[in-house]
Design a protein around this ligand. Structure first.
Ligand SMILES: Nc1ncnc2c1ncn2[C@@H]1O[C@H](COP(=O)(O)OP(=O)(O)OP(=O)(O)O)[C@@H](O)[C@H]1O
Ligand code: NI
Length: 322
């Protein structure tokens, strides 16, 4: 067995709201190897961000991790003390977000914010500022930006600063939750390149996007989420050339193709209300194959499909594949 960097087992996360319990993530298992780029894809509300936050035990209230293990290098993240977690955050595991302003302080200079992370983890002040300049260079920002405030930078430049902070300690894992969604295509590409640089230097990437074609460009593996479930997980080639889950097939059919006249098909229907998810396979009410085959009645709508490994490293949770 190859040793994985991150091993998530049977993760379930609920949000306890006044309007009911939202079963946002249910029994999700996956692993990320060293230097591996794994992209989580799926429609809005499928639980991608919730899983991302859980990895640093940062699921926001009223969310609660109700079951599972998150093993990062032999330690269960969910059993660490706050102090142990602080030691890991920003150093071994870094996180960047769709809006870099969620992590940047609008009132403080860029240089101070980059240096601060290093000072917090025990680096001398002078060295931290030196390193901050190097980091700015590394993300292709001029050194003088060190004395700028966040609002003096563009959205793309702010995201570069967030990446510079994330890079400060050559983290083992970068969690990136839709870091390019708010940016135009050219800037988006530059940010993807930077994340690629981190990977080349040995960092594993947990990348969240609703855009499966963006995921396909750079990832090693793709994880497909539907309504809180991980329905398919595999190497990019496997997912693109041999998608097994009807939901993955629908997602791929909904991608505009520049080179063909192929008709784009939106997925009919809506994701379910996770306070009261469908019985059996959560996708069955929208599944085109379930609709076509009467023999599946009493199976897909009744029994939860378990994830099984169909070919090496390619998992699917669907009754059509048993
Ligand atoms: N603070 C919260 N309180 C209550 N429910 C929440 C909260 N945050 C998320 N949820 C619910 O949990 C589910 C998963 O949400 P999550 O944000 O993880 O999905 P996502 O896949 O990241 O979606 P998006 O693509 O829109 O970012 C959704 O049903 C959402 O409504
Ligand atoms: Ni999200």
């Amino acid at each position: 067995m190859i040793k994985m960097l991150l091993d998530v087992k049977n993760l379930s996360i609920y949000y306890y709201t006044l309007a009911g319990t939202v079963k946002a993530v249910e029994n999700v298992s996956f692993a990320i190897g060293k230097r591996e780029w794994v992209s989580f894809v799926g429609e809005s509300g499928s639980g991608k961000s919730t899983v991302a936050y859980a990895i640093l035990n940062l699921v926001p209230s009223p969310g609660q991790i109700i079951n599972g293990k998150i093993i990062f290098e032999d330690k269960n993240i969910l059993e660490l003390t706050n102090e142990e977690l602080r030691e890991i955050r920003g150093k071994e595991i870094s996180m960047i977000f769709q809006d870099p302003m969620t992590s940047l302080d609008p009132l403080r200079k860029i240089g101070d914010q980059i240096a601060e992370v290093m000072i917090e983890h025990g680096i001398e002040k002078e060295e931290a500022y030196e390193k901050a300049k190097e980091l700015l260079k590394k993300v292709n920002l001029p050194e003088d930006r060190i004395s700028y405030y966040p609002h003096q930078l563009s959205g793309g430049q702010r995201q570069r600063v967030a990446i510079a902070i994330a890079m400060a300690f050559n983290p083992k894992l970068l969690i990136a939750d839709e870091p390019t969604t708010a940016l135009d295509v050219i800037v988006q590409d530059a940010i993807m390149d930077l994340i690629g640089t981190l990977k080349d230097e040995g960092t594993s990437i947990f990348f969240v996007t609703h855009d499966i074609s963006l995921a396909a460009e750079r990832s090693d593996k793709i994880a497909v989420m539907y309504a809180g479930k991980l329905v398919e997980f595999g190497r990019v080639e496997q997912i693109l050339e041999n998608p097994l889950h009807p939901y993955t097939q629908s997602l791929l059919a909904s991608v505009p193709d520049l080179w063909s006249e192929k008709e784009i098909k939106a997925i009919p229907g809506y994701p379910p209300d996770l306070r009261n998810p469908p019985s059996g396979c959560r996708f069955h009410p929208r599944c085109p194959i379930f609709k076509e085959k009467p023999a599946l009645k009493g199976i897909c709508d009744v029994t939860e499909p378990k994830a099984i490994e169909i070919e090496k490293e390619h998992f699917v949770a669907c009754h059509l594949h048993r």
